[in-house]
Ligand binder design. Structure first.
Ligand code: SF4
Ligand code: ZN
Ligand code: ZN
Length: 301
């Protein structure tokens, strides 16, 4: 086993993409400093901002909330109960327990009360679960952040999430995606700024950080995630990474440096306007979530 680069003790992790082996203590220290560095590098937010962390109950989002508070940022949590049976019940429990442990404020939105749970929305719309789920989550993050006076929304997306989504979109030559995905999306026309401070950490690194800090997260995956193509792309990327360490991080960072600036310029700005029903920004007259609401109301007679 390799030795910690800082103190020479037995290392618990070797990160080939950084050529870095670290012991328990120095990994935790490195992880926190690296998060701070990413926040500053992309000018995500400062100590003056009010940050709302989107919490799912999983390792990434809870670890993010933990780190941000430890680094001294003003960060509260937002949990959306998606109404996905036992999975949602368990994850909500984890979130509430964690909030109590760190003495943090967690805002809870119950989708079943607000609109309908994801399984019902899938039935009504015949859309894929993750697509409708993504839509209602994004909508609620933005709406709740504004209602409660937060000016930044932070999500726990890690390198595996970002690189796998990038791979899927490159394979489809989705040019719109290539001009839009960045660790910071600035505030515009009714959208609150969105940031991803963990975008350079692998899933393995965030899991280890969560574990070493005694963070009790939900280990079960959402039952709908089995259908998600992202799982398949993550697996492929991990196989490539095994053969050629460092590829995943380089693939993502080269996109940010070389590809994003080119495609960004070409991305046309859509005309956004407030939804006639709820006031959230949208391209049409009525936003997709208000249209969903109409369908839910029609189906319940
Ligand atoms: Fe939502 Fe899909 Fe994630 Fe489940 S796997 S929480 S349905 S986005
Ligand atoms: Zn050490
Ligand atoms: Zn609306």
């Amino acid at each position: 086993m390799k030795k910690c680069r800082i103190c020479g003790k037995k290392a618990i992790i070797y990160m080939p993409h950084h050529r870095l082996a670290l012991c328990r203590e120095h990994f935790v220290e490195w992880f926190e400093k690296y998060t701070e560095r990413t926040i500053k590098e992309f000018k995500m937010f400062t100590k003056k901002d009010k940050v709302l962390v989107a919490i799912s109950g999983g390792k990434d989002s809870l670890a993010l909330w933990h780190v941000l508070r430890k680094l001294g940022y003003e960060a509260d949590g937002l949990y959306i109960n998606l109404g996905i049976g036992e999975y949602s019940e368990k994850s909500k429990e984890k979130v509430l327990k964690f909030a109590e442990k760190i003495n943090g404020k967690a805002i809870i939105v119950d989708l079943k009360e607000e609109l309908a749970g994801i399984p019902e929305l899938v039935k009504i719309t015949s859309r894929e679960a993750c697509s409708v789920c993504g839509l209602v989550k994004r909508y609620n993050f933005n709406k709740v952040a504004k209602e409660h006076g937060y000016n930044v929304i932070a999500t726990g997306h890690n390198l595996d999430d970002e690189a796998s989504a990038l791979l899927a979109n490159v394979l489809n030559w989705n040019e719109k995606y290539l001009g839009r995905k960045y660790p910071v999306l600035e505030e515009e026309a009714g959208f609150v700024r969105k940031v991803k401070p963990f975008c350079k950490f692998t899933e393995k690194e965030t899991a280890l950080y969560a574990l070493l800090n005694g963070i009790d997260f939900i280990e079960e995956e959402c039952p709908f995630s089995e259908d998600a193509t992202s799982v398949f792309y993550k697996k492929i990327l991990n196989e490539i990474e095994e053969r050629s360490p460092g590829t995943k991080l380089r693939f993502y960072l080269d996109y940010l440096r070389k590809i994003y600036p080119k495609f960004r310029k070409e991305e046309e700005k859509k005309e956004l306007q407030p939804c006639k029903v709820c006031g959230e920004p949208t391209v049409g007259e009525i936003c997709p979530v208000c249209r969903l609401r109409e369908k839910v109301e029609a189906s319940s007679g």
